[in-house]
Ligand binder design. Sequence first.
Ligand SMILES: Nc1nc(=O)c2c([nH]1)NC[C@@H]1CN(c3ccc(C(=O)N[C@@H](CCC(=O)O)C(=O)O)cc3)C=[N+]21
Length: 282
Amino acid sequence: MEILDGKTLANKIKAQAKIEIEQLKSKGIISGLAVILVGNNPASQVYVNMKTKACEEVGIYSINHRMPEEVNEKDLLYVIDMLNKNPLVNAILVQLPLPKKIDEEKVIEAIDPRKDVDGFHPYNMGKLSRGQPFIFPCTPYGIIKLFKEYKIELKGKDVCVVGAGNITGKPMSYMLLNENATVQICHIYTKNLKEKTKAADIIISATGKAHLIKEDMVKEGAIVVDVGIAKVNDKIIGDVDFENVSKIASFITPVPGGVGPMTIAMLISNTVFLSKQQNNII
Ligand SMILES: Nc1nc(=O)c2c([nH]1)NC[C@@H]1CN(c3ccc(C(=O)N[C@@H](CCC(=O)O)C(=O)O)cc3)C=[N+]21
C-alpha cells in the first residue's frame, strides 16, 4: 500500500505557483483573489483562513469579504458585480454553503465565468461536461493531479464515484470521463452500494459520511480516494475506514493530508491561470 501524499504534492504545486506569481509581478501583474464568506459557519471560517494563508505564502493579493448571515441576496449580488468589474480581482470564490434563504444558483451565475476560480458557473460546468474545459473545479482537479503524480493510468479503468454533489462528484465524473475512464456515479438512492464499489479499480468517495467505505466494499489492490470531511467529536473523519481499507488498497489518500491540501493548492493554481488569461499571457 502506498499513500497518495496530497500535502507534499500541494507544497510542490504552491512552490511552482509562487515562481509564476513572481514572474507575473516582474511584468507588473499582481494576481488577486477575492473570497466572499457569508455568516459564521465555523468550518467555513477555517477553510477561508487556510485559503488566505496559502495566498500569503505564494504572493497572491487576497481580499476577504465577510457578510452577515442575514445579508440579503441583492447586496451579495452587488458585491459580486463590483468584484467582476474590479481589474485587481482576477478570481472570485463564494464560500459554500450559503445561508438557506439565498439562492445559490443565482449567486454562482452572477460570477463572471472568466473569474470563476471554482469552475462552478454553469458556463464552466457546461464546457467541462462537453470535454472543452476552460477551468477545472479545485477538488477534482487536485485528485487528477495526484493520479498523474503517482503515474496512475485512468484510461479504461472502472471508477466508482460515491457522491454526486456539484463541488466534487459531478465535476469529478466529467473529468474522469474526459480521461477515458468508465465512470459510475453513486448517491444516496443507489442500491447495493457495496456491489458497485467492490467492482471498481478506483473508488472516489465524496459524501461526508464518516467511514462509509469499509474494507469489505473494496477490491484487493484498488485505489481509494477519500474526499470526506466529517467532524466527529472534534476530529476530522473521512469517508473511508482508513485503518482497515489501507490493508487491501494499492494506493490510498489519508484524511487529513490527502485531498484537502490539494484543493487549496489548485485554488492557487487556478488563480494564477485566471490572472494569465486576463492579461493575455496564455
Ligand atoms: N466555493 C467553495 N469552494 C471550495 O473549494 C469549498 C467550498 N466552497 N466549501 C467547502 C469545501 C471544503 N473545502 C476544503 C478545502 C480544504 C480542506 C483541507 O485542507 N483540509 C485539511 C484539514 C483541515 C482541518 O484541519 O480542518 C486536510 O484534509 O488535510 C478541506 C476542505 C473547500 N471547499
